[in-house]
Design a binder for this molecule. Structure first.
Ligand code: NDP
Length: 329
């Protein structure tokens, strides 16, 4: 495993980490979750990602049971939660001081830990002043319940505003952002956040490196039984897959698969290794429903040295998704 600092913080996360969205509780029971987490941990993964919204809290319950059963030293791994989508009531959602606090306490109970290493604002809350959220996060930090707080899918100006408020108050600003990043979603990480890496030392824990499995090549000949695109509640993902844009992604993935084959790698490994080439990526959060998938994906680290300038240019020629450079007049 390779370890990378989370932005300008001192925390070193494994370059590959493991998350539980969609999978835990819906596709994977406690036994299988334990097998996957152990496989990851034994390979050097030290960060497990979660959120209050995942399976309405059940994903955290499962992860908490596994952490307890495994008995790993609390100083040997990091675990996260995210606040935003709690329940249906107005007090159970968003980034008010009340919900930020309630969500943290509920996550600690479900995960059976004394503190969260990383705590994310899952989306921006336009109805809550940023100062209120900044103060709420800092109170949890002062109480030792959270180590680092961050954002997920916030715009660059929203992250910069939170940082500015925190600095003015002498408080901690967001250490990291959790954006989507893969060969088909690059704008935020490669363009929008550019200033933030330098100005505030932002770290990134990136999600959906395989675009929900599309970049594994599994949808090349239709939709396999039991795959994410067949799940009830995720019809929106399947609609995207079956749209013109989705079909284009499947076509490009086929081409990427031929290139991967030349390198002796799978297309999933190529896609994950490509994320790792970007030094702005602190950790790539993997998702998996089966040990074989996770084993394959963890081996992406070995493919990184093969992605030299020539191979990267060939990848670029296939996907054609590189954001235009920022223009200055
Ligand atoms: P991916 O894009 O890597 O998709 C993972 C899924 O793809 C797996 O569950 C599996 O689904 C399939 N898959 C993975 N590897 C392979 C393989 N080698 N061969 C075939 N199929 C494979 O990541 P996720 O979308 O799961 O995101 C990863 C993590 O990021 C999440 O668990 C979560 O922690 C975080 N996240 C955060 C978000 C946010 O808003 N902050 C949003 C989304 C995710 P299947 O077997 O069912 O087809």
């Amino acid at each position: 495993m390779q370890y990378r600092r989370l932005g300008r913080s001192g925390l070193q996360l494994s370059a590959l980490s493991f998350g539980s969205w969609v999978t835990f509780s819906t596709q994977v029971d406690e036994g299988a979750a334990g097998e996957l987490m152990k496989l990851a941990y034994d390979a050097g993964v030290n960060f497990f990602d979660n959120a209050e919204a995942y399976a309405a809290g059940e994903s955290e319950v499962l992860m908490g049971r596994v952490l307890k059963k495994m008995g790993w030293g609390r100083d040997s791994y990091c675990v996260s939660s995210k606040v935003f989508w709690g329940g249906k009531l107005p007090t159970q959602r968003g980034l008010s001081k009340k919900h930020v606090r309630d969500c943290c306490h509920a996550a600690l109970r479900r995960l059976q830990v004394e503190y969260l290493d990383l705590y994310f604002c899952h989306r921006p809350d336009l109805d809550t002043p940023i100062e209120e959220t900044v103060r709420a996060m800092n109170e949890l930090i002062a109480q030792g319940k959270v180590l680092y707080w961050g954002t997920s899918e916030w715009r660059a100006d929203e992250i910069a505003a939170a940082h500015g408020v925190a600095r003015a108050l002498g408080l901690a600003g967001p250490t990291m952002e959790q954006p989507q990043y893969n060969l088909f979603a690059r704008e935020r990480v490669e363009r929008e956040y550019l200033r933030l890496y330098e100005d505030i030392g932002l770290g990134t824990t990136i999600w959906s490196p395989l675009a929900s499995g599309v970049l594994s090549g599994k949808y090349a000949e239709g939709v396999p039984k039991g795959s994410r695109m067949t799940l009830a509640g995720y019809e929106w993902l399947r609609e995207r897959l079956e749209s013109d844009a989705g079909r284009e992604k499947v076509r490009k993935t086929r081409e990427l698969a031929s290139l991967a084959k030349e390198l002796g790698a799978s297309v999933a490994q190529l896609a994950i290794a490509w994320c790792l080439v970007n030094p702005r990526v602190s950790t790539v959060i993997l998702g998996a429903t089966k040990p074989a998938q996770l084993r394959e994906n963890l081996a992406a680290l070995d493919v990184v040295p093969q992605l030299d300038a020539a191979v990267l240019a060939r990848i670029e020629a296939i996907v054609r998704t590189k954001p235009e450079p920022v223009e200055r007049f």
